[in-house]
Design a protein around this ligand. Structure first.
Ligand code: ADP
Ligand code: MG
Length: 209
């Protein structure tokens, strides 16, 4: 019997949390809602396998927190198990961003109210910052996940039929409509391959196609 390498353990545990394009969108939307966003844009390319991008106008991530934002079990939402009694956020495990980094290439661009400009961070597979540069976005956070599951060929095969892909888009649409109903004051826009699919705001939604 042999012990698995740390990178393999990380990949296996991440693929339990991030099992599909829908699960990435769900985690990122919940982070945006936790950050107090009133506007969220979800953009996918090639059913999310080439690119998933979630942009919000929430509170942003402080430069001091950036080095640990995608490290597993780092969270700004609770500090001990006692806080679990009065949870007011969707997230609290500090696992989502780290897990997404394991199965995709992740860029995070963020700016808080106190920052003069936004910063784009490029992360590696274990959630460490590889590089950073100033960028031009307003307050809030944009998470971009590229080439999802590139290191898990079997999973990519599973989603290779057009029917499965369409079902995934439908699931994302249903998920966003549910958040739209839960949070009628939040504007949510969903775009796939540059075509708007739904726009939700103030309790109404419009199907664009
Ligand atoms: P959790 O949501 O369980 O805390 P995540 O891995 O999803 O864990 O996120 C880690 C941390 O990164 C969060 O606790 C939060 O501080 C920060 N974060 C992630 N996404 C956003 C966002 N869209 N806006 C502001 N902060 C964010
Ligand atoms: Mg989260």
């Amino acid at each position: 019997m042999k012990q698995l390498p740390a990178a393999t353990v990380r990949l296996l545990s991440s693929s339990q949390i991030i099992t599909s394009v829908v699960s990435v969108v769900k985690e990122l939307i919940e982070n945006s809602l936790d950050a107090g966003a009133t506007s969220i844009d979800v953009k996918l390319e090639n059913y999310g396998f080439d690119k998933i991008e979630v942009r919000d106008n929430g509170e942003g991530i402080k430069a001091d927190d950036a080095p640990v934002m995608a490290m597993k079990y780092y969270t700004s939402k609770i500090s001990s198990h006692e806080d679990l009694e009065n949870l007011t956020t969707y997230g609290f495990r500090g696992e989502a961003l780290g897990s997404i980094c394991c199965v995709a290439e992740v860029l995070i661009t963020t700016r808080t109210a106190a920052d003069n400009f936004s910063t784009q961070y490029v992360l590696d597979g274990s959630g460490h910052i590889i590089s950073q540069k100033p960028s031009h976005l307003g307050q809030g956070t944009t998470v971009t996940a590229l080439r999802l599951f590139k290191n898990l060929p079997v999973r990519k095969q599973f989603y290779s039929t057009a029917k499965k892909c369409k079902e995934e888009i439908k699931k994302i649409q249903d998920l966003l409509i549910n958040y739209g109903i839960l949070k009628p004051d939040v504007r949510i826009v969903f775009v796939h391959n540059k075509v708007s699919i739904i726009v939700l705001s103030t309790g109404f939604f419009w199907y664009m196609i």
